[in-house]
Design a protein around this ligand. Structure first.
Ligand SMILES: *Cc1c(COP(=O)(O)O)cnc(C)c1O
Length: 364
């Protein structure tokens, strides 16, 4: 079955092999005679699935024993508060790099918890770039430096994490975890809600350096504590069983397709097609991000007029290309090229862009 080309920003496209497997075993999970939706999270069946999901993520990301993988609720937004609640001491500051809508919210939420300050911002230029590796200078009292690795709404991305002198990085990787291999050395904490590349909404993947977990006060309620979640292997309360099951299927699919090195190459090829179309359009399409900050995951661009932008959204949807409307504060068009968006989807988009330009050039 060939459905529409899905460029939704999130929840977003999932690999059809994962959805088909979930469908095939929905009523009878692996011979148990009942659905995984009806299975106790304390059963050996679920425990096996849960640990397999963690193992698959560990293998994909190349994690060693210094990191733990947690499954948590509340989305990335909960992590905006949980990171400082767990990692920020009373005489320390959380230093935030503000590169988009989500990093603005992350800072605002951290400030409700403790001392959090902005040390770099692209607000003045409409979040059109991220800082270069040597532009960041954290203070000596910084507990960590927070960044958003890929800016989903504005379409910028850190090609390299900033150099911060051994201060741990805390990264919101909601829109690019599992899109490329990572050198984990600089990171203390990584979090990503699943619904961009890793699965459905409902579970957040947290990768934490275990040596940082005892920073948190023991007064912290268990459900908000990384240490307590780690101690219970994320089975402190009833986890989002079905979401974790789908994350596991997506991770298995990625492993079968050659892991994150191969995935990064596929993503780069997809992004190149769209950016080439923008750059070859003689200014009809204008990229929002500065070239060296361009995200291969969310491509943002403008057209000559807002009128043409809304026609682009309408006509593309009629042509079976969905989810292309830009985020409200950025405007224009956003093509989200997450892992499960195929090269064929992107080729269809680029053909549409070319055709749209030919038909509407005179109105520019
Ligand atoms: C989508 C997104 C969020 C919001 O995630 P929720 O799960 O809705 O809290 C946060 N940060 C980034 C980078 C995102 O792309």
């Amino acid at each position: 079955m060939s459905g529409p080309h899905n460029f939704n920003p999130g929840p977003a496209a999932l690999p059809s092999s994962a959805l088909e497997q979930a469908q095939a075993e929905l009523l009878d999970f692996q011979g148990t005679g009942i659905s995984i939706l009806e299975t106790s999270h304390r059963s050996p069946t679920y425990e096996r699935l849960h640990n397999e999901a963690i193992e698959r993520l560990r293998r994909l990301l190349g994690l060693d024993e210094s990191f733990t993988v947690l499954f948590m609720g509340g989305g990335a937004r909960a992590q905006f508060a949980l990171a400082p609640m767990n990692l920020l001491g009373p005489d320390q500051a959380a230093e935030h790099i503000v590169t988009g809508k989500w990093s603005e919210v992350a800072l605002e939420q951290a400030q409700k918890v403790g001392c959090a300050r902005e040390i770099w911002s692209s607000t003045a230029t409409g979040h059109d770039r991220v800082p270069g590796p040597s532009e960041i200078e954290p203070s000596p009292d910084a507990a960590y430096v927070h960044l958003t690795s890929n800016n989903t709404t504005s379409g910028t991305r850190f090609a390299e994490p900033p150099a911060v002198d051994g201060i741990p990085l805390v990264a919101d990787m909601t829109s690019d975890l599992l899109t490329r291999p990572l050198d984990l050395d600089p990171y203390g904490l990584i979090y990503a809600s699943a619904q961009k590349n890793a699965g459905p909404a409902g579970v957040t993947i947290v990768v934490a350096r275990t040596s940082l977990l005892d920073r948190a006060s023991t007064e912290l309620p268990d459900m908000f504590s990384y240490a307590a979640m780690h101690q219970k292997n994320s089975l402190l309360n009833t986890p989002p069983v079905f979401a974790i099951y789908l994350v596991s299927l997506v991770a298995a699919h990625l492993e079968a397709e050659g892991g994150l090195v191969a995935q990064e190459q596929r993503n780069a090829r997809k992004a190149e097609l769209v950016y080439d179309a923008i750059d070859a359009s003689n200014g009809f399409y204008r990229g929002h991000a500065q070239p060296e900050s361009r995200s291969p995951i969310n491509v943002t661009f403008r057209l000559p007029t807002e009128e043409l932008e809304s026609r682009f959204v309408t006509e593309s949807a009629e042509a079976g290309l969905i989810g292309l409307k830009g985020y409200k504060t950025i405007g224009g068009i956003r093509a989200s090229l997450y892992n499960a968006v195929s090269l064929a989807d992107v080729q269809a988009l680029v053909e549409f862009m070319d055709d749209f330009q030919r038909r509407h050039r005179a109105e520019a």
